[in-house]
Design a binder for this molecule. Structure first.
Ligand SMILES: Nc1ncnc2c1ncn2[C@@H]1O[C@H](COP(=O)(O)OP(=O)(O)OP(=O)(O)O)[C@@H](O)[C@H]1O
Ligand SMILES: [Mg+2]
Length: 507
């Protein structure tokens, strides 16, 4: 049994090293987390955070290194070993079984009664008691696929704690949460560590790192740069430690010079599969050379709006592209000159088993100049384009030959942003363009979007990150329950005004 003596070391990693063919992902990493604290782990995209945590959880085998739990060295070769040591993990991408109910997901693989004859009544009683303890309130008989992501994440946490985890690892848990859900998660983490447990928390959002953690360990290029008590550090200092240079935390842009209308949405409405109204009579315009931001709490129609504009979903009403009405399909819209950074990069942005080279022409792979005589792929040109994207957008590692699934989350995002901007679109629809991206790369992506705007591209930006919407947009539209609640110029869009509109309160 773990001592859980507050202040003593819960988990210690010593000299963890892991080499992949192209990178040294973890280079003699040593760190510890104590009982009763939240340790934040931060670092640039590809720094090696997820790899390190997968090693701790038994999903990846290190080349060398030792792991100690409560002062004793342990061998972790599979997740079962980690669970036996009280280590639980909430992954960057959830690992739940969609059609199973909450209860089934929680007890799966750890059923009372040894799995032969499951004692469901006992399981229900145990899980209910645990939920009460955690102040979680989940519908145990609902299939997880019907829950919003914030609640799915709670199922993951519940699952770990049902297995008696007292050391909990969360890899970018807030990337998919609304600010409200994130605050609830933080409140839970504080309660959890106050009971003597330990948490490792990975995030690119430094403001929340400062809010929730007790200490911060920074890694860069697979090595530990340093560990600092949160109270003694600051956002700019952490940013500097992460990227090794000064980061400008504010977008630097000239006033927009809007030109002619490039995108015109008129009386757009659509319904979901359940026949509920998702968008109701939406009208707005985007001009060349301006960035129009859409603010709103996730789930208020932003996803559907983006899907309609990019031709992924049928709608009623009219959308005009450069003054023309196009067929409601993605290929036609793309050929006209619309680029799309999708919110779900793994589902829509990349083919995970394709190389960077292949992914770099995705969506334009079937037509010149990517194909030449008789429709064969113009490999030399495609390779050259892919190399330009990798260089210009700082994709690491610098290979065009690696399958997309082998990139860290943020680097995968850079491949998409690079592809979508380098085809010089007339309109860019950017949904959550910097989700999971590190602070240095955010600066870089923002600069690129602003530069493209200055060269005459129209941008529709949808982001759950209010700071991003405020700092990047020239005008802001606020969505609530499938409608546009109001419009604000960027310089009058205070957090308070936006907040009211986002809550459905018209001013
Ligand atoms: N299965 C794999 N094969 C080859 N290289 C890999 C594999 N998994 C990870 N890598 C490489 O290891 C390095 C570290 O990746 P990791 O996912 O740990 O980064 P990270 O710090 O979690 O980044 P992010 O913030 O973007 O999630 C990256 O360069 C990545 O490309
Ligand atoms: Mg990661």
């Amino acid at each position: 049994m773990a001592s859980q003596q507050i202040g003593s070391v819960a988990l210690e990693l010593r000299d963890i090293t892991k080499r992949y063919p192209l990178v040294l992902a973890n280079d003699h990493i040593s760190l510890d987390v104590r009982w009763g604290e939240v340790l934040a782990l931060v670092g640039e995209n590809g720094a090696g955070k997820s790899t390190l945590m997968k090693i701790v959880y038994g999903l990846v085998k290190p080349d060398i290194g030792q792991i100690f739990v409560d002062g004793h060295e342990v061998q972790i070769n599979a997740p079962g070993d980690a669970i036996a040591q009280g280590i639980g993990m909430v992954h960057q991408h959830f690992m739940l079984i969609d059609p199973f109910t909450v209860l089934e997901n929680v007890i799966l693989g750890a059923e009372p009664g040894g799995g032969r004859q499951i004692d469901l009544a006992q399981a229900r009683a145990e899980v209910t008691a645990l939920m009460k303890d955690l102040e979680f309130n989940l519908p145990l008989d609902t299939p997880v696929e019907e829950l919003p992501v914030g609640l799915q994440q709670r199922v993951e946490i519940l699952k770990a704690l049902y297995r008696k985890a007292n050391i909990l690892i969360l890899d970018e848990p807030t990337a998919v949460l609304t600010p409200q859900e994130a605050d609830e998660l933080f409140a839970f983490l504080k309660r959890f560590v106050a009971q003597g447990n330990a948490v490792i928390f990975i995030s690119h959002k430094l403001a929340e790192v400062i809010k929730v953690s007790d200490r911060v360990t920074v890694i860069r290029d697979g090595r530990v740069v340093g560990t600092v008590p949160t109270q003694e550090t600051s956002l700019p200092q952490l940013a500097r430690m992460m990227v090794g240079r000064e980061v400008i935390l504010k977008v630097d842009k000239k006033p927009a010079q809007p030109g002619k209308v490039v995108l015109e949405v008129e009386h757009l409405s659509l319904q979901g599969k359940d026949h509920k109204q998702r968008l109701s009579d939406i009208s707005f315009q985007v001009r060349a050379g301006e960035i129009v931001g859409i603010a709103g709490i996730e789930g208020n129609g932003q996803t559907e709006l983006v899907e309609a504009i990019t031709g992924l979903r049928h709608y009623s009403g009219t959308i005009k592209y450069g003054g023309q009405v196009l067929p409601q399909n993605a290929r036609a819209v793309r050929e006209w000159g619309l680029s799309h950074i999708p919110e779900d990069r793994n589902a829509r942005g990349l083919v995970l088993d394709f190389t960077t080279r292949e992914n770099s022409i995705l969506g334009d792979h079937y037509r010149p100049p990517n194909t030449g005589f008789l429709g064969f792929i113009n490999s030399r040109l495609v390779e050259q384009e892919a190399e330009e994207i990798v260089q210009e957008f700082d994709v690491r590692p610098r290979s065009t030959d690696l399958a997309a699934r082998r990139y860290s989350g943020g680097n995968a995002q850079k491949i998409i942003v690079g592809r979508e901007l380098s085809r010089k679109p007339k309109v860019l629809v950017a949904a959550q363009p910097t989700r999971g991206v590190d602070i240095g790369a955010i600066e870089f992506i923002h600069d690129n979007i602003v530069n493209a705007r200055d060269q005459g591209m129209g941008v529709l930006l949808v982001s759950a990150d209010l700071n991003e919407v405020r700092s990047l947009s020239d005008r802001i539209l606020v969505m609530f329950e499938g409608r546009i609640m109001g419009e604000l110029a960027a310089d009058e869009a205070t957090e308070e005004k936006l907040g009211l509109l986002m809550a459905g309160i018209a001013s």
